[in-house]
Structure formats: structure tokens, C-alpha cells
Design a protein around this ligand. Structure first.
Ligand SMILES: [Zn+2]
Ligand SMILES: [Zn+2]
Length: 387
């Protein structure tokens, strides 16, 4: 029987886990019920289980044969701080929290693969099943890496997967090189000299300086970064003043930058410092920039992307492998890919129904993807750790 058909025998069980996880969403670093459920299942499958890495992270280790190679397969477990709009039976039981990104499905697929591989053991080496917390903006992946993920669980290479609404079910997206962007955060405080709005010449207006600064920052992607490289600077918050006739002392701007390489991140940070200082000086104001590196770009290594594509070709056929455009969103699997060679793939989950894409309050993970995603995980392990 093919791996996919064997996984279909586990589809009912994986769906039950997925629906249960969906009904009980937990946000970053609070995945206590979720990680307890994951740990309990992994133990029941016969894996060695480590709890508490990255606070609520769980790692299950499965060894077979005499091989000394090891890989890591990673799923994320956290939900979003989002109020669910769905009315189906498995809707969120917790108001204001929702599995709106499909990490319920990611967790269920990796559990399915663990159950299958523990029962069949048709490989030689070690598979580390990494269930990470807090992917949604809180750096759970970074925390696991910083707390010694790869010192405790050495992996030759590491793999991740995300369900992708809009890509047909049965298709996968694989791309060597950058697949998702860095995400840096910035905060700029512009300080001028407040005064009567009718007599602007008696002060220095940080609001006019802020307007000029928002425009000038757009010259970073258009005039500083090589046009062949993609980058984004978005100012998303402007806070100032609270009266009609008072020019305020201060303006606070916040926003985010995106890029696909650390070199472009460095360039953007440097140019942002220069532009802030120059625009502030031109307006008689002072600028203080706080620039925070939040997530690095997610960069697949050439060799491992090739391995994933070959495994997927055998699973779904070459005609169902696409090379997707890189995505400007970010992903904290990037912290693991900074340390180890590996590959992050997109798993098609079918059409976006009525606008219910990822992070939409009407989104739901497509359970038809469960056996396919689990079959990919298992095939990858059996291929790389071939006995
Ligand atoms: Zn998400
Ligand atoms: Zn996600």
C-alpha cells in the first residue's frame, strides 16, 4: 500500500485531533493543553518526549535501525488572538482566540506522521518531531533555538510546511532560496517644539516633519535598495496631538520593514537612521529611531529544497509541484533555518472560500490535506533516512 493510502487509514483520527485542537485554541506560549495533548500522544506512540523547550514546546524523538543521520520535522501549535466567525460544531470555545492560520492542522499532520513512522519504522536514523509554540509574532522558534534545540536534538537538516489556501489541494509549492521575508519593527520619536497652531513660526512642528519623513522613507525601497531585490517599508501608526489649535511637541511613528536578505535588512536600517536624522534636522526637530530585528528571512537551502521536491514528485507527480513566488509575510521557522540546512514548503489546501484566507475569522483548515501532509512528512523521513 502507498504511504498516502496508509495515511488515509489515519485520516479519521487526525481529523478528530484537528477538530479538538480547533475548538481549544491557545495563543503564543500559552499552549498548555495543546502541548500536553501532543506529549501524551507522542508518548503513547512510543517516542521519547521532551517538554518545556521554549516554555510550551514539545520534541518527540524516534530512532530506528543503526543509522546515525537525523532530521527535524517541525509544526507550529499556536492560535491567533482573533474572534472566530464560524458557526460549525468545532468552532473556538475561547472567545477572542482562534486557529486562523491552520496550526491545528499542522499539529495533527505531524502527529499522524509520528504515529505512522513509530508503527512502521521503515527508516534508519533519528527523526525529531518538533512542536513549537508562539509562531504568530512572538518568536517561539527563536526561543527554542536559543534554549538549545539543536544542541539537545542534533539534526542534519530541518523541514517545515504551511497549508496554503489558494493553491489547489494536491499541489505543493517548493522553492530554493528565500521563500518568506524578514520582518523588522521600527519606532521613531520626532521631537519638535510645541506652540500655538496659529503661530507655527514660534515653534518647530514635528507633524510636518513626520509627513516629510513618511514620504522620504519610501525612497529606501525605490532609491536605495537594488530594484532587483524586493523590499517594503510601511509606516503603520502615527500618533500625535490632542487639540485642534495646538502644535504638539512629539510625533510617534511605528511600522515594519520586509526584505529577503540580511544585507538588505542592514541597508534599510542604515538608510532609515540617515533619513530620520536628515529630515529631523531640516525641520528643526530631533529623531530617535528604535529598529528591532524581529524575524530573519526564511531561506531554503538548495540541496534540501531539491530533496523535498523529489519526494513530493513521487507523492503527487511533477505536474503538481509549483515554484511559488516568495511571500512578503514572515515565519519564525527562519530561526531554525539560520542554524540548519532545510526547506519550508507550501501545501495547497484548495480554493479560498468567501474570502476566508489565512488569518480571516471565517478560515478553517481543510481536513482533506491531513493525509497528504502527513504522507509528505513520512515520505521525507523514509527518503532521507533510507534504511
Ligand atoms: Zn499565521
Ligand atoms: Zn501560520
Amino acid at each position: 500500500m502507498s504511504i498516502l493510502n496508509e495515511m488515509k487509514l489515519l485520516a479519521g483520527e487526525m481529523t478528530a485531533w484537528r477538530l479538538d485542537l480547533h475548538a481549544h485554541p491557545e495563543t503564543g506560549f500559552e499552549e498548555r493543553r495543546t502541548s500536553a495533548m501532543v506529549a501524551e500522544k507522542l508518548e503513547a506512540f512510543g517516542l521519547r518526549v521532551h517538554k518545556g523547550l521554549g516554555r510550551t514546546g514539545v520534541v518527540g524523538t524516534l530512532t530506528a535501525g543503526k543509522g546515525d543521520r537525523a532530521i527535524g520535522l517541525r509544526a507550529d501549535m499556536d492560535a491567533l488572538p482573533l474572534r472566530e466567525n464560524n458557526a460549525f460544531a468545532h468552532r473556538s470555545r475561547t472567545d477572542g482566540k482562534m486557529h486562523g492560520c491552520g496550526h491545528d492542522g499542522h499539529t495533527a499532520m505531524l502527529l499522524g506522521a509520528a504515529k505512522y513512522l513509530a508503527a512502521t519504522k521503515r527508516f534508519s536514523g533519528t527523526v525529531h518531531f518538533i512542536f513549537q509554540p508562539a509562531e504568530e509574532g512572538m518568536g517561539g522558534g527563536r526561543e527554542m533555538v536559543e534554549q538549545g534545540l539543536f544542541e539537545k536534538f542534533d539534526c542534519d537538516s530541518i523541514y517545515g510546511m504551511h497549508n496554503w489556501p489558494g493553491l489547489p489541494l494536491g499541489q505543493f509549492g517548493v522553492r530554493p532560496g528565500p521563500v518568506m521575508a524578514s520582518s523588522d519593527l521600527f519606532e521613531i520619536e520626532l521631537t519638535g517644539h510645541g506652540c500655538h497652531a496659529a503661530m507655527p513660526h514660534t515653534g518647530s512642528d514635528p507633524v510636518v516633519a513626520a509627513a516629510a519623513l513618511v514620504q522620504a522613507l519610501q525612497t529606501i525601497p525605490s532609491r536605495s535598495v537594488d530594484p532587483i531585490e524586493a523590499s517594503v517599508v510601511s509606516v503603520t501608526q502615527i500618533h500625535a496631538g490632542d487639540a485642534y489649535s495646538v502644535i504638539p511637541d512629539k510625533v510617534l511613528l511605528r511600522g515594519t520593514t520586509r526584505a529577503f536578505s540580511p544585507a538588505v535588512q542592514d541597508l534599510m536600517e542604515r538608510r532609515m537612521n540617515e533619513i530620520c536624522a536628515g529630515i529631523a534636522a531640516a525641520h528643526g526637530a530631533k529623531a530617535a529611531l528604535r529598529y528591532t530585528r524581529a524575524y530573519p528571512p526564511t531561506v531554503n537551502s538548495e540541496r534540501e529544497a531539491g530533496i523535498c521536491a523529489a519526494v513530493l514528485e513521487r507523492l503527487v507527480g511533477a505536474e503538481n509541484i509549483v515554484v511559488p513566488k516568495p511571500v512578503m509575510g514572515s515565519e519564525d521557522f527562519s530561526f531554525m533555518l539560520m542554524k540548519k540546512a532545510g526547506c519550508y514548503v507550501f501545501a495547497g489546501s484548495g480554493p479560498v472560500k468567501s474570502g476566508a484566507a489565512l488569518h480571516n475569522p471565517n478560515y478553517d483548515f481543510n481536513d482533506d490535506l491531513l493525509p497528504l501532509g502527513a504522507a509528505y512528512w513520512a515520505s521525507l523521513a523514509e527518503h532521507i533516512l533510507a534504511a
